[in-house]
Write a protein that binds this ligand. Sequence first.
Ligand code: CDP
Ligand code: MG
Length: 831
Amino acid sequence: IGLWRRIDAYLGEYLSQKSRTKESFQDNSFSRSTSSGRIATDEGLFEQQEPLASSKAVMEKILRRRSLQLRDQQQAWKNSHEGEKMMEFRRSLPAYKEKDSILTTISHNQVVIISGETGCGKTTQIPQFILESEIESIHGADCSIICTQPRRISAMSVSERVASERGEKLGESVGYKVRLEGMKGRDTRLLFCTTGILLRRLLVDRNLKGVTHVIVDEIHERGMNEDFLLVVLKDLLARRPELRLILMSATLDAELFSSFFGGAPVLNIPGFTYTVQTHFLEEILEMTGYIMTPYNQSDDYGQEKMWKMSKQAPRKRKSQIASVVEDALRAADFVNFSPQTLESLSCWNPDCIGFNLIEYLLSNICENERPGAVLVFMTGWDDISSLKDKLQAHPILGDPSRVLLLACHGSMASSEQSLIFEEPEGVRKIVLATNIAETSITINDVVFVLDCGKAKETSYDALNNTPCLLPSWISKVSVLQRRGRAGRVRPGECYHLYPRCVDAFAEYQLPEILRTPLQSLCLQIKSLNLGSISEFLSRALQSPELLAVQNAIEYIKTIGALDENENLTILGRYLSTLPVEPKLGKMLILGAILNCLDPILTIVAGLSVRDPFLTPLDKKDLAEAAKSQFSGDYSDHLALVRAYEGWKDAERDLAGYDYCWKNFLSAQSMKAIDALRKEFISLLKDTGLVDGNTTTCNVWSYDHYLIRAVLCYGLYPGICSVVHNERSFSLKTMEDGQVLLYSNSVNARESKIPYPWLVFNEKIKVNSVFLRDSTAVSDAVLLLFGGSLSRGDVDGHLKMLGGYLEFFMEPAVAEMYQSLRRELDELIQIK
Ligand code: CDP
Ligand code: MG
């Protein structure tokens, strides 16, 4: 306890000393420039633009002159042959016809809501209308338009499109900024960025100085960041009467937003799509030789309709297909379509009916249908990649001379993205996409859509304080949206892989703020100085459950980022400057303080990107065996460090890709880790926790006490107890009872774990509660580092831990103290 108190006091003292050396941490406004001239909280592209008063007039003059030049350039482009063609295309978009009324409404109202079908030209045209009219007006110099996108991929692709519509390169008048990447120049007046980037900018520039228009796109998605941003902007509008806010939505439920902004006007762009012929599962199965008939003609089952499938005499040509489906049905073990069997329909694994039907439909389209690209909506990255593997083995679909098979999802690299928009001659383009292709990305030449009816959605069980990630039925709005994607250029066809009368669909999707843990959001509210968390959240479009808010506040108090009075602690303030979850931020900070930053950088970066350990379904065992080469420390986090260091070595010999291939690692994730490490180190330098000239400080030794300590410090209260029985062990947490490890965890392959605790990064309820990425820690580490060192609440902390120890009743108390003593002794020797 004495040692604990000393470390606690030391850390508190250290952080406050560091913060005193940075004048920025002293005043609460927390706006600061740093030694490197950048804003530490931002990823580097919003330079502070604060010219002296005398130079301001000069600047304005220069800017105005530049505006005139831009205007002339545009005029020249529009008169060129290509420019004329582009203008012709733009004029054909439904949004263009509303140009004047849109601009007038914006000039007369501070907030305007614009709705219009996907593809009508909201994202590409409306920001451009504003830009053009501003450049042409005498105010040209002042205009600075920010348009937010929920995802980085859409910010990038849209900005590129808009620049090319203007005959420019990216980074001239149009730019973009997403995490770790951006393109923005001196002339940039229209910036597409992710919502997260704008929120980070607000941290250092709460009045959005110089910004004239904020456009929040895709508000119908009701993402948490967007909902949060709207509350912040609502307050800002009162302070900045000349600021204009434009909200854009692909669905017609704009009333909610209008009333949120005191009856702001709603403009609707009438859309146009061609007719789309629809086929539901009944018809699809019939095509394969099956028919479906209602099972319960009487109303015994209330609203739920049961379906019976029976086999017609297979028609000759279709017999082969019928057997595919029959096999699949047998595998999935269902005959009746009750809601339960619908659930099993949607278990998307390669052996199940969904995959076989998709394969059948795709090969049928390729062989027999008219030209046109195919868009397949899947639930998430994992089933996209396993479907892709399956299709690649197909004689037609896997033949690159006939089919261009592409994947489209949120975390793909930019080089992959552009292929999606290409329109290849002579081959059939098939794009396997997540619901990202529903609204935010438009692929022009799509004529066929296959819709699995589900999307992976996070939800949050506030009662058990557990996030869940499950595929769930999409909303009715999404069904229409997916279908509409087929009718953009000519009449199309849509195959829905579920029965016509599914009642499981909700009208709209639940907003994210109501279905995710709120910790990061709460911390953000505090760091933006927005007052009481619950008061702020009560003003949101739809307020989250009280219990969810309390859980989040309790969590950030437990990790020491808020004090008892809900004020940001020094630790909390440091955390809000780091663009990672609070627990990961804590690891970076302690890693820097304890001088073992190098492996911690890798771990934090690894936890912020897509899991670098790949587990292709058909090679699961091989992949898990490959990962176990990196084990030996009872830690997935340390396995990641080993894997990364191996990759780094291989990279030096230009063999990084081979290394990844052999070890089932994602080369893309490895590169992302590399980039993030650099970003974190520079942010830590800006906060003063790392010396300016240090690049890394590696104390990578193989006992790992410190690393386990840092992990425990960050991941607490994510802990579970290891209970050994004769042959193996089981795991328990206080809230969930028995929990399981994901099969790709290195700890899942062990028969014994010589530590009493595991700290884990994430628990997710799928059927049981599963832990992802865990590290074994000793009593000593947990006692010393589990909990909030900067909170100074030693007794409370010990009581809580005591609660844990008592709850699990093992090991016996005496034994525990003995082992604790041993480990403490060891720890002190190491120090
Ligand atoms: O935002 P909204 O869904 O209303 O449409 P948009 O993204 O502005 O796209 C308008 C039109 O521009 C689309 O229908 C496409 O024809 C075209 N577009 C394109 O060709 N390439 C892109 N990367 C984006 C849009
Ligand atoms: Mg759009």
